[in-house]
Design a protein. Structure first.
Ligand SMILES: [Zn+2]
Ligand SMILES: [Zn+2]
Ligand SMILES: [Zn+2]
Length: 218
């Protein structure tokens, strides 16, 4: 199997904040403005169709990064890299440490775990040769669905000084004392929605399909 590492983020089309694309997802959520963004299959196809062939020509550890202005403004980093443990950086030996059907890789050195799953059908048909995904959660899975909202904080209504409990679900809140509609300031909003760190994730390609896609180009 040929492994490629991806790290990508787009600019939110509504508010320009960065949104990390941390796995093969067709829906993304902007942490700043809470918009749901569609990331359709044909965008994945345009983006990744030729990547496996390119990665097949890379030496291990070699990569490429680009800024793309297309359907989205995005930064995209990819390279020839085997999945590695996030904690201790040890490479997984995918030939020996993964058996088909497994949903987690466990690092033999430090015990930390990483999800792994079969590439979903829509992804495998958009991106020829894609077989496995590692370091990302399945669409709608635990991490992707996890709420990023932290515990409620108190905020004083700028109009009447009444104490409001803000839980971060709505940016525009109505003061329960005076009825004023309060738009929460950036610093408060950002403290409720801390920026997530970018995540590297990995796709395992069928080497033969990847090699064929280079030959097609010649
Ligand atoms: Zn946004
Ligand atoms: Zn480890
Ligand atoms: Zn008020």
């Amino acid at each position: 199997m040929l492994w490629a590492m991806f790290e990508m983020s787009i600019k939110c089309p509504r508010c320009d904040s960065p949104i990390h694309v941390d796995g093969p997802y067709r829906k993304l959520r902007c942490g700043s403005c809470q918009s749901d963004i569609d990331f359709p299959e044909d965008v994945w196809k345009d983006l990744l169709e030729d990547v496996s062939g390119e990665v097949a020509g890379f030496k291990p550890g070699e990569g490429s990064s680009s800024n793309i202005f297309g359907h989205f403004n995005m930064t995209f980093l990819y390279g020839a890299l085997t999945p590695y443990c996030r904690e201790c950086k040890r490479d997984f030996d995918m030939e020996n440490e993964y058996t088909p059907g497994q949903t987690e890789l466990t690092c033999p050195d430090c015990g930390s775990r990483m999800p792994v799953f079969k590439a979903p059908d829509w992804f495998a048909s958009a991106v020829p040769g894609a077989r496995l995904v590692a370091g990302a959660w399945p669409e709608g899975g635990y991490e992707q669905g996890k709420s990023e909202v932290s515990s409620p904080v108190a905020y004083s209504c700028p109009q009447c000084g009444g104490s409001l409990m803000i839980d971060g679900t709505e940016r525009l809140v109505t003061c329960e004392y005076c009825g004023t509609r309060v738009y929460l300031p950036d610093d408060l909003w950002l403290s409720l929605h801390p920026a997530k760190k970018k995540n590297r994730w990995f796709v395992g390609f069928d080497r033969k399909t990847a090699m064929e896609s280079i030959e097609d180009d010649e």
